[in-house]
Design a protein around this ligand. Sequence first.
Ligand code: LLP
Length: 412
Amino acid sequence: MNYFEFKDNELFAENISVTELAHEYGTPLYVYSAATLRRHFDAFDSAFSGLEHLTCFSVKANSNLSVLKLLAEKGAGMDIVSGGELYRALKAGVPSDRIVYSGVGKKAYEIAEALKADILMFNVESVGELHRINEVAGSMGKKARISFRINPDVDPKTHPYISTGMKKNKFGLEIENAFEAYKTAKDLPNVDPVGMDCHIGSQLTEIAPFLEALEKLLKFNQRLKDIGINISTLDLGGGLGITYDEEEPPHPKEFGEALTKALKDQGLKVILEPGRVIAGNSGILVTEVVYTKKSPTKNFLIVDAGMNDLIRPSLYGSYHRLEEVVKKGRPEIECDVVGPICESGDFIARDRNLPEMEQGELLAAYSAGAYGFTMASNYNSRPRAAEVIVDGDDVIVARRRESYEDLVNLEC
Ligand code: LLP
């Protein structure tokens, strides 16, 4: 069942007309479907029911408090990468023993905040970080539970900006360095190496790279056992891809089955950190056509959502499916869908076939629920869009539209 569907040629989010939402809350507007978020979480989480596991939603994908709260109520933990994300997770009511903390640049104050909250685990990405966590924990009279993030040197076959588990990437520790790091950690008084972690990249459309990484980690675990380090937790990160265009990623069920098979007799608790697969197709960005324009070589649809609202096309050349919110059965023309920002890289789509739309009409950009609003900025002094969540017949304003005052509030 798709919760964004057309009824009589008009797009609905669950039971609410998207046109009505745009009239009520303005555009550009992020619209999330609560039923889709819940369904995606259930599909993912239940795929691992054969293993002791914890599904930690990756907050960077969609950090709206209402989204986090909805997922936490379903039993989700959270994968965080900053003090700010910790703050959001706690504010959304996520129990601290369901929070794992990754990231290469954790600062001492962020480590202290996470220790104070007593989070489940730090995913440590360097030896420098290990020593810092040990020091901070010592000064607070605490012992920090840690995993090392291992860089297994696996090619995830995704966009270079979002592949993270290859030798050349800044993330985690190379396997031999990780081995030394575990030995160091074992002798430090204020850390407890309880786990192993890896995250090889995002928007993966095949299972093989995950299994390749897992095999390396399980071999590594044997080496740890041989020197008397017995870890209890394995965090496999996130990364499962979604369909934006014609990709055919594995269904979470298939993904869960493959990993369950590889892990079933290992006696390890498994942590997963999905972001995109839960939130991506749970949200759309609704934008209004401000002007249409023809040059000798191009047709332009100038819309009110810019790269400050959705940067993925500009940054990664990403594809987001576009559709008119009200279908009128017009013939298609090829056009560039561009935003109001003063950069030629400000586009939502290039050379896309779309019905010949007119000024004032609404366009929906799909798959915008992950890395959409969270990557938005105020570039060109544009107030950030509003976010609403539709839940059946109800609409919640999950974040009001920013005002001009919001733009300058922190300045003097
Ligand atoms: N865990 C860690 C440590 C991560 O770095 C990430 C994503 C995830 C989990 C969640 O990955 P997911 O399941 O969403 O693939 N802005 C880019 C994506 C960057 C992903 C960064 N890390 C985009 O818009 O495609």
